[in-house]
Write a new protein. Structure first.
Length: 42
C-alpha cells in the first residue's frame, strides 16, 4: 500500500509540474462521480 501511495503522490507532482491541475474524483457512487465530472467540464 505504501508503494501505491508513493506512486499516487509522484503522479500528482508530475502532472502539476507539467501545468495540469488534477482534480480528485470523490469516492462515491458511479452516478455521483459522473455528476461531479460533468460539473467540472469546461
Amino acid at each position: 500500500m505504501e508503494e501505491a501511495i508513493a506512486e499516487y503522490e509522484r503522479l500528482l507532482i508530475a502532472y502539476r509540474d507539467l501545468g495540469y491541475d488534477p482534480i480528485i474524483i470523490p469516492k462515491t457512487t458511479v452516478s455521483e462521480r459522473a455528476r461531479f465530472v460533468l460539473s467540472h467540464l469546461k
